[in-house]
Design a protein around this ligand. Structure first.
Ligand SMILES: Nc1ncnc2c1ncn2[C@@H]1O[C@H](COP(=O)(O)OP(=O)(O)O)[C@@H](O)[C@H]1O
Ligand SMILES: [Mg+2]
Length: 248
């Protein structure tokens, strides 16, 4: 008897190993923000950095995630997302083929294919106790994000697989979540995320102070600090003028 079992299409999500970036600029205000976020995370609360584009939310989220020292699952919010994009679903087939040639003259041929469940990032993060960084989560529709309510409130992830006894995943104690979002006036941002937002410790980020902006611009551009200072002052004046469509 020959048996061949093969699994077609295996899409296991990849965890990132995030290290502190060497050019990360840490001014006293950024250090204070990082410390506060880490204190909330240590106490088990999910944190949420909210602010306009370019205020350093994504950079800060990854910086904080790096300090936790756990593998990171990064998700970027998307209008097209359904819950299955976060948790996983029945994908592909487990494929089994039995060829029975026990009796020389008879060839028994059996084939069956069972759909199999594949974990996506949220499920993997919950099971393994990874750090979830959900960037721009309000770009996803609120319905897609609803599954997070149980994760954050009851530490339970419910998978919609009726036939499985392991449809409930108990969230690993090391699981932590960091969210970012833009304020709602931005195009493509969904409003009805209140139930979720209520469960997050929200920290509002504004543009960094002049010193931090100069330090970041110097680090990123490699310009001498006088050049960076002139650029930063120009942009800050323009921002203060309010005469723009898109925040500089
Ligand atoms: N603390 C920081 N140190 C170094 N670069 C930073 C820092 N914060 C932000 N930046 C840089 O500023 C730019 C905007 O930051 P980003 O995190 O993408 O903002 P947001 O996610 O709020 O739109 C990026 O190029 C990023 O590398
Ligand atoms: Mg960002």
């Amino acid at each position: 008897m020959a048996m061949a079992t093969s699994t077609m299409l295996e899409v296991a999500p990849t965890a990132l190993s995030v290290r502190p970036r060497p050019d990360f600029v840490e001014t006293p205000s950024i250090r204070e923000l990082t410390g506060r976020a880490l204190a909330y995370l240590a106490a088990g609360f999910p944190v949420h950095f909210r602010g306009p584009a370019g205020t350093g939310k994504t950079t800060l989220a990854l910086h904080v995630a790096a300090q936790l020292g756990r593998p990171v699952m990064l998700i970027a919010g998307d209008e097209e997302f359904a819950t299955s994009d976060l948790i996983g679903g029945q994908y592909g087939y487990r494929y089994r083929k039995v060829i029975d040639q026990f009796i020389h003259s008879v060839l028994k041929y059996e084939e069956d294919a069972a759909q199999r469940w594949v974990d996506h990032r949220l499920t993997t993060a919950c099971r393994e106790g990874f750090t979830l960084v959900y960037d721009e989560f309000t770009r996803s529709r609120a319905e897609a994000n609803n599954v997070l309510l149980g994760v954050l409130e009851e530490q339970l992830l419910i998978l919609p697989t009726m036939s499985r006894d392991d449809a409930i995943v108990k969230v690993h104690p090391d699981f932590r979540a960091i969210f970012t979002s833009n304020p709602q006036e931005y195009a493509g941002v969904h409003e009805a995320q209140d139930a979720l937002s209520d469960r997050l410790v929200t920290m509002d980020l504004d543009f960094y102070d002049r010193e931090a902006e100069i330090a970041i611009t110097t680090a990123q551009s490699g310009l001498p600090s006088e050049g960076a200072t002139r650029i930063v002052d120009l942009v800050r004046d323009f921002r203060a003028s309010g005469e723009y469509d898109q925040t500089p």
